[in-house]
Design a protein around this ligand. Sequence first.
Ligand code: ADP
Ligand code: MG
Length: 703
Amino acid sequence: MDTQKISIETPIEYLKNVGPARAEVFKKELYVYTIADLLQHYPFRYVDRTKFHTISEITTESTYIQLKARLIDKQIIGEKFKKRLVARVQDETGMIELVWFQGIKWIDKILGVGLEYVVFGKPTFFNHKPNIAHPDLELLSEAKKVIASTLQPIYSTTEKLKTFGLDAKGIMRLQQSILQNPGFLMDETLPKEIIEHYKMLGKTEAMKQIHFPADTRLLHRATARLKFEELFAIQLQILFTKSYKATKFKGIVLESLGEYFNTFYQEQLPFQLTNAQKRVLKEIRTDTLSGRQMNRLLQGDVGSGKTVVALMSMLMAIDNGYQACIMAPTEILANQHYNSIIELTKKSNLEIGLLTGSTPKKIRKIYHEKLLNGELNILIGTHALIEDVVQFKNLGMVIIDEQHRFGVHQRSKLWKKNTIPPHVLVMTATPIPRTLAMTLYGDLDVSVIDELPAGRKPILTTHRYESSRLRLLGFLKEEITKGRQIYMVYPLIEESEKLDYLNLIDGFDNISREFPLPQYKVSIVHGKMDAKGKDFEMQRFIRGETQILVATTVIEVGVNVPNASVMVIESAERFGLAQLHQLRGRVGRGAEQSYCILMTGNKLSSEAKTRIETMVKTSDGFEIAEIDMKLRGHGDIQGTQQSGIVDLHLADLSKDQKLLIEARNCVELILSEDPSLSLPKNEKLRLFFKSKSNMGITWDKIS
Ligand code: ADP
Ligand code: MG
């Protein structure tokens, strides 16, 4: 490799021993385009090459092992594609076969009977006898000279790559050719102060050590350093954008609390606010006085009382002569918000509108006018709100419910309706772990309602097998006799959609037979019905005309039927934790004792078991979210695909919380001293992130 010409941005085909054909598979299989990308293809494990096993120690549990053994014989057996080279080696404790299916001729030529080798590979058992296919072989006399790195890196690869000679070993050789080049040098990415403060390895050294660690201690230091850097990069991106927005966008100052807020609080509020609700309202109050635009995420479990917080935030705006709106992801939810807000404000003279896809044209026109002249105080609706024809006189407060359904882009479309952007409160009932929130919504300030209104009876959650179905039916009848309503939820997974629908319809038929007309009435709602049909069935259930609602997860988000006190989840093992938690949140909204019954098959995977046990054990959404992230890793959690998390090669938000918090603190410190990163000592940071083409934001646009 010519050191002068190769840099880490060099396309991978120019690396010696790669070339266009291998480069093509690298790109397709591993998204490796440049040398930097290859370096970020970190080992997924290491084997200790200083450790030798004896042949008698090999068990079916053995993974990679290393032996010192003498070759006693070799022969080629079988015909055509069954042809293979079998060599036998032995040490003082026993004998083992080594097998090659490819490159037979060549290997046969170099293997010397009677010579001593270092054999390295993964044993498999055939007819109770161990053998090693395609082992690494090295003459013992040679090996003694070179065993330099004690921990040998193992790289993930693919079948396709292997056919191009890029197995774990092949990739290792390429890494070696880059890293062991005496001229190898990477630019330092982290500020000197941080490296010194934490006594971190420099970038170049860390990169060398993570691929070819001298010992485990250095491996740990290298890993920590590189993880830190990844987390630091994301936090810098988020917090820099945030502080930039804060300086660029002025925020409406909601000077004083007035008539609407005070009257509501003192005379109309039907209950005492919880301490958590009060705290969040104070946080919102502070934001709206600050002169900066509020961008706040309100996390609160289902039933924690976010609606009243939303309403009171809107009243702050209205008291200061502004309008407010709530945007919900579905028509059903928009309707529900509308009804709750109307109910809460029935003693006031506020003008409140509901705008959804099914709002008649005539009413729309009236709204459009009343919005423009300021007569309408609050508009509640769906996506219909962000259509260009919807213009406010002076929008001051935007509430977005169930945020993950709306993109950032849609959010900002609402802002553009004003010269000074309105305050934004995003509400979500999907609790997410703190580290994930810092990363996904790092640009938002986070408020948490972590307390349910007093007097709520905890939902009783139980796990039942098919064998208890008769008893379940009896129980459901009792509850219906007491006047309660019941949800029965069936899974619907895209891959097995057809079968799932059959199960759902089957379930509906069974339930209809068990709960016959006219005494009982059963609704059904699923994704194949049109909006009208769905709404019709939902409304029947909401009005209490039907006692049972058989449904797929379409009812997941936000539906509120306080009289429904039993949630039966069929094939509960097929649901994710977050989903189970959401579904359970549909009950426990009234004064009655509520139940959640998780029906499963008899055979559960250990992960499914953990999910079910977690649900039975706790109803704390944050605890559930932590367990969920541990089970699934952060990559699968909803919304992560759009975030910087895709840039994480090493760091894991479920395990590296401490590092993340340190990284964030460091970034905060740097930005508090130099918000625009214009000090000379921070120039490097600016340049480094600018050069990262895969970062979510383009720095040119901001600067
Ligand atoms: P969510 O956070 O799921 O949107 P809601 O705002 O719909 O919760 O509130 C759930 C129920 O709890 C509503 O019926 C609401 O009126 C009631 N509620 C909210 N806050 C309180 C409180 N502080 N005390 C008693 N009930 C409350
Ligand atoms: Mg709600």
